[in-house]
Design a binder for this molecule. Structure first.
Ligand SMILES: NC(=O)C1=CN([C@@H]2O[C@H](COP(=O)(O)OP(=O)(O)OC[C@H]3O[C@@H](n4cnc5c(N)ncnc54)[C@H](OP(=O)(O)O)[C@@H]3O)[C@@H](O)[C@H]2O)C=CC1
Ligand SMILES: CCCCCC/C=C/C(=O)O
Length: 496
């Protein structure tokens, strides 16, 4: 069946993709100073998609200087209402181009079109509009004075300055938007280093920025590698804030790079999120939840529920149910609208997943379903469930970042403290999922778990902020907390 998105793919192949892609600095498309390039590949075909510029420290310096100038330029005179209006205009442009943007992101990152079109990109538009509503709600305070009527104290908030974003390949547009929207709402300016494996929507987005009329220097994109472009951005003295999503190891490096100039840093890092399934839960809903949760982005999702703790009474039913969903899943070309799961992003990531599967086997794990590569053009692998594991096993502790679940049993003999201790027994604390209709189990376990986002009878994310405990990160994105790190607080005391 020809995908209704195929015409967008053809148009992109004929026009946007073959262009000489440059860096976007000061509202201009510019060549990188040293002229480097990087090839970008489609993970579902292994074919070259495009060639982009490989920026380095010199280009980062130009971009940060443009952003610094813009921070003090016309952008600083924009009223809150004007920032709101321009953000809505950008959101309108995203909506007008949503099928094309979604198709481009699918070709670049490999996630299924229906997830990208109706999930990632639609949500990115929603987050842009959400933060457009925050521009005039960034209040300071006026306390009752401790010093009596002789003094008036008040606080104000102001944008921190240049905000850098360093983003990964698994959800390129939405993870960028987690940073773009609060940047624009707060009045900061922006320099973005997208992932070298999937930078194409970040570049197409710059054209919408131009069309929306965002002033020069406010929004800049430097493509390139982590060490060559990401590191100089994270350490640049002109940058006030770094928002990073990616691996825990690189997050630690970002903190180190940002420390000498005391940048505000938010990190959204890895996860190994537990899923607790109690016998009183809606078992079919829970099976659908764990299945969709691991099909989503082929398990390359930081908050994926990957460690199952299933009550003995429903264990066999859940495992059989997942197997049925896994066998029925359509793993394949992500531009086809009935595709359930796309490819892994690259050979390196596929090797990482298969290496973990081998470790799982070597440590005595039983592959209940999946475990095999799927022959074809891209980096495809079956959704996999591994049983016969316990807390000591590598696959229960480490982030795999692929479509792999590990399952363990619990019984009535295990109390909430024991379950929470298992849940908390990793370096991570990003998300946790609880399936039960018992209020005591639901809220009692949620209270005991160290995780930034806990869902109860819902397998995805919540409506509030997003971020993690422990090695899963620092700070929060989204919601009210998500804009805090883009603002400084200033306390002013007036004597009479
Ligand atoms: N939390 C999440 O959502 C994600 C977690 N991961 C985890 O990370 C593992 C490895 O993936 P990987 O792509 O290497 O993730 P990284 O954390 O290395 O990459 C994320 C971003 O950081 C950049 N980067 C890399 N090194 C540096 C550096 N020294 N200074 C500044 N920026 C840098 C990358 O650039 P470049 O693209 O050039 O590498 C990319 O833009 C995955 O298997 C998964 O476990 C990965 C992606 C997302
Ligand atoms: C439709 C909402 C998608 C949210 C994706 C968030 C991804 C996070 C990550 O993997 O870091």
């Amino acid at each position: 069946m020809l995908s209704p998105f195929a015409n967008h793919a053809e148009k992109l192949k004929a026009d946007f993709l073959p262009r000489k892609h440059k860096l976007f600095i000061n509202n201009q498309w510019v060549d990188p100073v040293d002229g480097g390039t990087l090839d970008v590949y489609n993970p579902s075909t292994k074919q070259k998609l495009a060639t982009v510029a490989a920026g380095n420290a010199k280009d980062i310096d130009l971009a940060v200087k443009a952003a610094e100038k813009a921070f003090h330029g016309p952008w600083s005179k924009f009223t809150a209402a004007q920032r709101t209006a321009i953000m809505h205009k950008l959101a309108d442009l995203m909506e007008a181009n949503i099928d094309e943007l979604s198709t481009l992101e699918v070709m670049d990152a490999g996630n299924p079109i229906m997830h990208v079109r109706h999930g990632d990109i639609a949500m990115a538009v929603a987050y842009l509009r959400y933060y457009a509503g925050w521009t005039d709600k960034l209040f300071g305070q006026v306390p009752m004075s401790n010093s009596g009527p002789e003094m008036l104290s008040y606080s104000t908030r102001q944008p921190v300055g240049v905000a850098a974003a360093i983003t990964p390949w698994n959800a390129p547009m939405i993870l960028s938007m987690f940073k773009i929207a609060p940047t624009l709402a707060s009045g900061c300016t922006f320099v973005h280093k997208p992932a070298e494996l999937a930078p194409m929507t970040a570049l197409r987005f710059c054209e919408l920025v131009l069309e929306a009329g965002i002033p020069e220097g406010v929004f800049n994109v430097v493509t390139g590698t982590g060490p060559e472009a990401g590191a100089p951005l994270a350490s640049h003295p002109g940058v006030a804030k770094v928002g990073f999503t990616g691996s825990t190891a690189t997050g630690a490096e970002i903190l180190r790079l940002a420390a000498p100039t005391f940048k505000r840093v938010t990190l959204e890092l890895g996860g190994k999120s537990p899923v607790f399934m109690f016998p009183d839960c809606d078992v079919e809903a829970a099976i659908a939840g764990i299945s969709n949760g691991i099909f989503y982005k082929t398990g390359q999702f930081c908050a994926a529920g990957t460690r199952l703790y299933i009550h003995d009474k429903i264990y066999d039913k859940v495992v059989a149910g997942f197997e049925k969903h896994a066998k029925a899943a359509k793993v394949g070309q992500p531009l086809e609208t009935d595709t359930t799961m796309g490819p892994i992003i690259s050979q390196k990531q596929l090797d990482r997943v298969t290496n973990y599967l081998q470790i799982g086997r070597d440590e005595g794990g039983e592959i209940v379903t999946g475990g095999n590569l799927i022959p074809g053009d891209g980096y495809f692998i079956e959704p996999t469930l591994i049983a016969n594991v316990d807390q000591t096993k590598t696959l229960v502790k480490e982030e795999i970042f692929g479509p792999v679940l590990v399952a363990q049993r619990f019984t009535d003999a295990h109390d909430l403290d024991t379950l929470a201790a298992w849940g908390n027994d990793t370096q991570y604390g990003l998300a946790a999922r609880i399936w039960t209709t018992n209020l005591r189990n639901a809220h009692g376990l949620a209270a005991r778990l160290d995780a930034g986002t806990i869902t109860i009878n819902n397998g995805f994310l919540g409506d509030l902020d997003f971020g993690g405990f422990k090695s899963s990160g620092l700070g929060r994105e989204l919601g009210q907390y998500g804009i805090e790190s883009y603002l400084e607080h200033k306390s002013i005391a007036v004597g009479f």
